[in-house]
Structures are given as C-alpha cells and as structure tokens.
Design a protein around this ligand. Structure first.
Ligand SMILES: [Zn+2]
Length: 243
C-alpha cells in the first residue's frame, strides 16, 4: 500500500498557497506576470481555491494570482498534489511510483514529471551566473563505440586498439567527434555546463556572455581564449576541478 498517499490530505491548502507566494515573490516585488507592471492591488479571493489571493493590474486592466503563468495555473488538482509530486520527483521517484502515491493515472504523472523537469531547466537556462565564477574546459570523445553497454568494463577477448590515444594532440573539435565542454561554476554553487563546437576566442566569448553576468570575476587557467574574453574581471587561478 502506498504510504505517502495520505500525506497530501495533511497538507493545508492555505499554507501551500502562502508558501508558493513566498517562493515566487521572495526576491522581487509583486508585479503583473503579463506586462511586469508593479501598479497592482489586492482583488479578493477565489471561493474554489482557498488561500489563493487575487490581484488587479492597473496596467493591463486584468486580474492575476500567484499561480498565473505557472504550471499550476488552471490545474484541476490542488496545490497539495503538485507539491507532493515535486517532492517525490526531487527524491528521484519514477513517474509510475508518483502515480501510485498520488492516486492519479500514470499518464498524468508522466506528463507532470515532464512539465516539472522542463520548467526547472528553462528557468535555469535564463539565469546567468554572477559574482566570482570559475571556468574550465574539457574535451569529450563523442559516441560510445567500443564501450560495454551500460558502461563499465567488459572483457574484449583481445588487446585494446587504443584508438583514443591515437587522436591528434591539442584541443578537440566538433568535426573530429571531440567537442569542447566548458563548465562555469559560481562560488555560490550554481553550475552551467555548455557543449561547444570548438574553443576559439569567439566561441568562448559567446559562451561566457550566455552563462555569466557582465562584470563578474572570472577565475580560469591560462588559456588565451579565456584571457581574450571581454566584459569580465579576469584572474588567473589554480584550482582543482571536480565533476
Ligand atoms: Zn498587467
């Protein structure tokens, strides 16, 4: 019997709404999600959604609430279901397990999991690192040719051909099946990893502009592509990079 299936009954709808309100507006003022106007005021509540506050926007003359332009907007299930689904997803539960725990159809939970992951990823792609950022690059051989299925070591029954070692020296390139991977790590903990075509000055500049806020302090090795990157305060750093 699913143990967690009764937990959502313990969730209080008003507490859920208050928590979502805090999460959404904690680092910015309350504003209209349509036109970003801050000329807004309270506009009652919903009888069918307890705890959900409604606001009026003087900019677009329409109402909105804490769930407008989010996944939970107009969902027939209450916030408690969504919170429990998110919680279980963060614990790496499968969508089948989530369906069982929540008491919804497996197709519903699969869709929810997909939406939650997609939203989390799209939120991250808009965010740029700031402050002190460390960067390093590596080159990964594309494809899994010659490797055991599912990873790990498998006896080949012969001596390995050592093809990886036969690669040309120097930096990799997308056309040689060895794209560059650049990792930007903020000292605050956030990480951005980009797979790029090559490692030229132009590519690194574009990658930096996407990943890092202008004016940030950049700690890198002595590669000239990093040093040529404009708009950043550059430092030469020796650091141990762990993936
Ligand atoms: Zn508006």
């Amino acid at each position: 019997m699913p143990v967690l299936s009764y937990i959502h009954q313990l969730f209080d709808a008003e507490h859920c709404q208050a928590y979502i309100h805090t999460l959404r507006w904690k680092d910015r003022p309350l504003q209209c999600p349509r036109g970003q106007s801050q000329d807004v005021g309270p506009w009652g509540t919903y009888h069918y959604r307890p705890g959900c506050k409604r606001y009026w926007c003087n900019g677009c003359q329409r109402t909105f609430n804490d769930l407008t332009h989010t996944l939970l907007h107009q969902s027939r299930r209450s916030c408690a279901y969504w919170m429990l689904a998110t919680f279980l997803l963060c614990l790496s539960c499968s969508s089948r397990r989530i369906a069982r725990e929540l008491g919804v159809h497996s197709r519903t939970s699969y869709r929810w999991c997909w939406w939650l992951r997609n939203t989390a990823v799209s939120y991250e792609t808009d965010r740029r690192l700031e402050g002190t950022v460390e960067a390093d690059d590596l080159y990964h051989t594309a494809g899994r040719k010659g490797q055991a299925q599912g990873g790990g070591k498998k006896s080949l029954g012969r001596r390995t051909r050592g093809r990886r070692k036969k690669r040309e020296p120097g930096r990799g390139h997308y056309d040689k099946d060895r794209p560059a991977i650049i990792a930007w790590v903020s000292r605050q903990g956030a990480v951005v990893i980009q797979a790029t075509r090559d490692f030229t000055v132009k590519t690194v500049q574009t990658a930096a502009n996407i990943a890092v806020q202008v004016g940030s302090r950049l700690y890198t090795d002595s590669a000239s592509s990093y040093r040529a990157a404009k708009d950043y305060v550059h430092h030469l750093g020796i650091f141990i990079f762990c993936v």
